[in-house]
Design a protein around this ligand. Structure first.
Ligand code: MG
Length: 243
């Protein structure tokens, strides 16, 4: 898929006549941080301690849901238990502890350069994450200084990704319309949410999930790495201006 084709497809299915981007809505895990390996390890440990069968791979597919949503779903499916909000939050605290015990969370190579390029073009950046982990949310402004104009976290929404609610909140905070926003995502459910919100959704495969899975859930275009996205950004924005 070329940039020109992706934009032509987007305009066709949205019925928009042009595309003028003024905001980027940016996911956290797997986009800002190379954190998914440790998240999946922590999830498996929590489930095993509670006697719930699971595989590491399935947690890559749940990425984007809020932590408490994942716990409620797995306890229902795996143990027939209905978990209360308070119980889910307590279990999420345990998962967060396991996550931190696995060590530091590296920055995703290339993302800061991508976001800095967007800011130089006058594009606002809004964080849109299902994460409710205070320690992650607190460090973003240190790791990505001057990048984010606003943030939507797992605490701000009733329904996490794949529901479009988090991205629609991001659109509102950016002060524009969905057709004026790009979404930057790495996970199928996150891509699904960005697409359902009506944004031009860019999938970057920074983990084990192949590009075709991101196209299946609605990505307008995908790239195999942040570096590949960085190299393509000038032609993507040029194609938008001339479409
Ligand atoms: Mg992600």
């Amino acid at each position: 898929m070329t940039e020109k084709q992706a934009i032509a497809n987007y305009l066709k299915y949205t019925g928009n006549t042009s595309i003028n981007i003024n905001a980027a809505l940016v996911d956290c895990d797997g986009v800002l941080y190379d954190s998914m390996k440790n998240h999946t390890r922590a999830w498996v440990k929590l489930m095993k301690k509670n006697g719930i069968r699971c595989t590491r791979d399935e947690f890559y597919l749940y990425e984007g849901m809020t932590g408490t949503e994942i716990i409620k779903m797995k306890f229902k499916q795996g143990a027939g238990k209905n978990i209360t909000d308070d119980e889910a939050l307590a279990l999420y605290g345990v998962k967060t502890r396991y996550f931190h015990e696995l060590g530091d969370m590296p920055l995703m190579p290339g993302t800061l350069t991508v976001l800095s390029w967007l800011k130089e073009q006058g594009i606002k950046c809004v964080l849109v994450t299902g994460s409710q982990q205070a320690t992650i949310l607190e460090r973003i402004d240190n790791d990505y200084p001057g990048i984010f104009d606003a943030k939507v976290t797992g605490h701000d929404v009733k329904r996490g990704k794949p529901n479009p609610e988090p991205y629609l909140k991001g659109v509102a905070l950016a002060g524009g319309k969905p057709g004026q926003c790009i979404v930057l995502e790495n996970a199928p459910l996150g891509v699904q949410a960005g697409h359902a919100a009506g944004c031009f959704t860019i999938g970057v495969t920074t983990g084990p999930i192949p590009e075709k899975e991101l196209y299946k859930t609605g990505a307008d275009i995908t790239y195999p790495s942040m570096q590949a996205l960085l190299e393509a950004l000038p032609q993507l924005f040029e194609a938008m201006r001339t479409e």
